[in-house]
Design a protein around this ligand. Sequence first.
Ligand code: EPZ
Length: 421
Amino acid sequence: MYSKDKMLITGGHPLAGEITVSGGKNTAVAVIPAALLCDAPCTIENLPDIDDVHALIEILETLGAKIDYVPGKYMTVDPTNAKGYHVPYKLTKRLRASYYLLGALIGRGHHAEVAYPGGCDLGSRPIDQHLKGFMALGADIDDRGGMVYAKADKLVGGDVFFDMVTVGGTINVMLAASKAEGNTIIYNAAKEPHIVDLANFLNSMGARIKGAGTDVIRIRGVQKTHACTYTVIPDQIETGTLMIAAAATRGDVTIHGCIPTHMEALTAKLLEMGVRVTENDDSIRVRPQGVQRAVNVKTQVYPGFPTDLQQPMTALLCMANGVSTVCETIFDQRFKHLDELRRMGAKIRLVDRTVLIDGVSELYGAPVTVTDLRAGAALIVAGLMAKGVTEIYETTYIDRGYERIEEKLRLLGADIRREKI
Ligand code: EPZ
């Protein structure tokens, strides 16, 4: 990635105060392509001002959509003259979620040519289930030369049974099926909060989707959709990252604008460690006290412990009292942060897909490199805990998914800044 700047953190400052979380990245990257299914301009609010959003603006404009974007306020998408259906690699390599253009373009005009995505390297990330879903709706799929070519004379609703729970697959089939003829049922659907958010957005433009948030989603295709205004949900993973950072620095942080029910798996783990967590309607307060006990974590699909919080949680557990285990069941190579944590003094072993963490009494600042978005979150948490200065390179990954994260942490008392390399 070769970022032009590095992040410098001097650890040991407890985070204290109040912060408001941004809109959700993983909901934004689904809702923005979904705007192509609208037959009139639609307005989306509470989007995070992150690079993934900027990349999607460029992609939609390339397809002919007109975008009016005021960061931190709203984005209006007018897709009425979007005739394009080709999305080249130079655009798709900027974000994993570019594959949602397949579902949106197939749903909109029954024709899509989208290069395979880029995004975080977490091991093999096939999209066979997405393609299986499109074919179940009647699309012809040709997958060659790093491109997916999809075409359908007409899209007819059908049943899709996913071999495994896939967030991307569920979202992509919802996009393609929303304007198909007839009914589609998705079995073994993902239940993440951003799946529900996307269904609510599509329904607000006139789609007819039921069951989002359960493992069976029913979609009754519609021919016409209408203008709408929608506010996306807060970022579940940023909320969790800030909760973990508060626990890691033994601070006292209240996170506003979040949805506590989305955080239950993490909240339960922090309580198990002995961290005080109190929930209100739309805020969570994290107030660590005394010893933080080692725990065992196993990532699961929602509502289980999110894989996207596995990496920052691993950093927190490096200084827990005792031996913790973190088992990653979703991705086969989501462990690139371990080497970097070891450079900071962490005692970590990887056995198959389980990290064994022997809690130490101190971590030490060191130069470290970000390998993927949530590895970046892990290194920020470790830097906040460590004695001395941590230099974090390849910060571009972090900017893809966290809106002004160092500004938020500085507001809470962290000694964190960027420096040109
Ligand atoms: C989404 O990725 C998120 N990305 C990921 O967040 C998140 O970690 C993941 O869901 C799980 O919650 C976005 O929303 C943009 P999956 P996705 O399809 O859709 C396998 C972040 O940090 N699989 O649920 O790619 C796959 O290899 C990112 O914000 C197939 O085998 O995840 C994985 O092992 C990282 N074939 C498992 O299923 C398929 O066709 C779950 O993947 C699809 C998936």
